[in-house]
Design a protein around this ligand. Structure first.
Ligand code: UGA
Ligand code: MN
Length: 324
């Protein structure tokens, strides 16, 4: 009886050991990270989508000893110019929807800093919360448009864009400016990710077509031999720069070396803000055409339909207060 028990035990022993070893190996595998890795965009501007670590190669106390047989590390990639996107925004029923859509686009662009400027006397909770969760570097400013300028037919967002410009100049007041590009991104337009790749290489002022604007399917700068020679537009063709706010970008260096260039209230009409601003910093001959010599539409001047709130109760009827 004893010998039978012994022999069974010795037959089972190796199997028990194998199971124990396998369980042990499995639990030693690193657990998947709880927080998702930062999204690497395929449009990250020539870096193959990989984000460069902040510091690399500096041997610290915890770094493993250098293994000389390893192939040498590639040289650090050149610094991508930062894209600063200035977005004026104001409170209305569709505001959160517009900003959510825009944040979802901008989040995918590498090295982008979002400057959101509220047309309001104070920063709102709605926008603050949205920005905190937007997942990209940002700055939250506010300035109210004076009541006398809040009339149909007058230019919009003048004070807000100027506040963004002032912030940018203040931030870079010391020393040589890091490479950067400024772009005015209204909250209701539609932006392709390719547009950001195009504007990233702006040397002074770059331009490109804008879709669904000026009463036509698109407007565009006319290009001959790599130079802008005129404008294809259906609206006020006499404008010095017949281009929408979404149709150009300016290098940070140009913004800093023209400290007085701002959007003007006095004498400015709707549709002329772009020309009035660009006149202060560049000439038509100097413009750099992007988007395949201005033959590709990468941004659309979409406008959101006014929502129907005809059945919205005057006083709250729901039991909870819901942010929309
Ligand atoms: C066109 C141009 O595309 C705008 O860049 C230009 O500012 C505007 O005309 C103008 O007339 O000044 P449009 O679609 O008519 O655009 O203007 P909106 O999209 O209504 O406003 C442009 C930006 O200003 C938006 O980001 C919007 O949120 C903001 N805005 C508008 C304010 O901050 N406050 C307002 O009272 C109105
Ligand atoms: Mn708009």
């Amino acid at each position: 009886m004893k010998s039978v028990l012994f022999s069974r035990f010795f037959i089972l022993l190796p199997w028990i050991l194998i199971v124990i070893i396998m369980l042990d190996v499995d639990t030693r595998r690193p657990a998947p990270p709880l927080t998702p890795r930062p999204y690497s965009s395929p449009y990250a501007g020539g870096r193959g989508g990989a984000r460069t670590p902040l510091r690399r190669g500096t041997p610290g106390r915890n770094t493993e000893p250098r293994n000389e047989s390893r192939p040498p590390q590639p040289p650090p990639e050149p610094l991508l110019p930062t894209i600063y996107a200035i977005t004026p925004t104001y409170s209305r029923p569709v505001q959160k929807a517009e900003l959510t859509r825009l944040a979802n686009t901008l989040r995918q662009v590498a090295q982008l800093h979002w400057i959101l400027v509220e047309d309001a006397a104070a920063r709102s909770e709605l926008v603050s919360r949205l920005l905190a969760r937007a997942g990209l570097p940002s700055t939250h400013l506010h300035v109210p448009t004076p009541r006398r300028y809040k009339r149909p037919g007058l230019p919009r967002a003048t004070e807000q864009r100027n506040a963004g410009l002032a912030w940018l100049r203040q931030r870079h007041r010391h020393g040589r400016a890091q490479p950067g590009v400024l772009f005015f991104a209204d909250d209701d337009n539609t932006y392709s990710l390719e547009l950001f790749q195009e504007m990233r290489t702006t040397r002074k002022v770059s331009v490109w077509p804008v879709g669904l604007v000026g009463g036509r399917r698109y407007e565009r700068p006319l290009v001959e031999n790599g130079k802008v020679v005129g404008w294809y537009t259906g609206w006020r063709a006499d404008r010095p720069f017949a281009i929408d706010m979404a149709g150009f970008a300016v290098s940070l260096q140009v913004i800093l070396s023209n400290p007085k260039a701002v959007f003007k209230r006095r004498g400015s009409q709707p549709g002329m803000q772009e020309s009035d601003f660009l006149k202060q910093i560049t000439t038509v001959e100097e413009l750099e055409p992007k988007a395949n010599n201005c033959t590709k539409v990468l941004v659309w001047h979409t406008r959101t339909e006014k929502v129907n709130l005809a059945n919205e109760p005057k006083y709250r009827l729901d039991t909870v207060n819901i942010e929309v």
